[in-house]
Design a binder for this molecule. Sequence first.
Ligand SMILES: Cc1cc2nc3c(=O)[nH]c(=O)nc-3n(C[C@H](O)[C@H](O)[C@H](O)COP(=O)(O)OP(=O)(O)OC[C@H]3O[C@@H](n4cnc5c(N)ncnc54)[C@H](O)[C@@H]3O)c2cc1C
Length: 305
Amino acid sequence: MKVDTQLAEDIALAEHDNLNIEMWGNLAKYSTFKIGGKAKYIIKAENRTQFIEAIRLFVSHDVPFYILGGASNVLIDDKDWNGGVVITKTPPTDFRYENGIVEVFAGDYLPALIHKLASWDLGGFEFLVGVPGTVGGAIVMNAGTSTKGICDFVEKIEVLGKDGGLYLISNKELQWGYRHCKLPIDGYIVRAWLKVFDKKAQDILGFVREHMAWRREHQPIDMPCAGSFFKNPEETAAGYLIDQAGLKGYRVGDAQVSTKHANFIVNLGNATASDVLAVVSHVKEVVKDKFGITLEEEVKFISHS
Ligand SMILES: Cc1cc2nc3c(=O)[nH]c(=O)nc-3n(C[C@H](O)[C@H](O)[C@H](O)COP(=O)(O)OP(=O)(O)OC[C@H]3O[C@@H](n4cnc5c(N)ncnc54)[C@H](O)[C@@H]3O)c2cc1C
């Protein structure tokens, strides 16, 4: 008798006790760009235990997989993915606080974490309140503004290595760069310990209100997008170059260079990843022709090929 290994694998995964497994779920609904094909298995990991278990499950079944936090810095392929995705974004349920350090799950949604900490009169990294990602995604991307980044607040992280081991890694062992952080070992961020300071909730929330009002005025944050699409070149801002090249409003299908901020590409409704990639390629070509500068993508393209 021929054993249908594919079916056996499906059943084993779907029946796994503690994990919420969605079969052939639509990735677009998880991404802030609202773009992406379907994935054979999507596991939403709501805490450290589920995250580790989800990764070990895929590894033990030889299922190729990748990790998403808030999917706010990725452009996901239109094609379907015959593998797994672990999504960690979750409201922060609890955190441990001791001597100016909070211990949090990598999937904690940053804006919600900032509000939760404020209710305990703790603050420091509220400048990240407009970053719709997770703690883990923010560390991998070294999320921040022009002056500060999450790198200034990380004490240490816990990483599940691709070898299956758990490692504690201190801030100075991480190689921080502009919108980038290289781990000393290959793996996935599971927990983080972040520095916080005594601050009055009303001061933090006052800052948050002002900051978000500024964002709403200057950035198209009410439209599906992935934030700034290109990294700023050393000498100038990517948005300035794109604007000066006359590309605001440039559109392919439903993907458009925002008319509000030229470094944002927005989804007007039914944009595909191919539409966005066509806009990206045109923008890079025109900016290179006009200014001799090659723009580098900040947003990561996730290919399903
Ligand atoms: C409206 C808007 C405004 C934004 N503003 C800013 C801003 O001001 N500053 C800024 O820096 N960014 C900004 N961003 C971009 C984005 O929000 C940040 O880069 C954010 O930190 C990404 O986190 P995420 O959880 O969404 O990561 P994702 O997009 O889900 O993933 C990004 C990368 O990290 C990896 N990853 C995620 N979690 C883990 C983990 N636990 N372990 C290992 N790898 C992991 C993923 O595999 C992927 O390669 C903005 C985005 C939007 C949509």
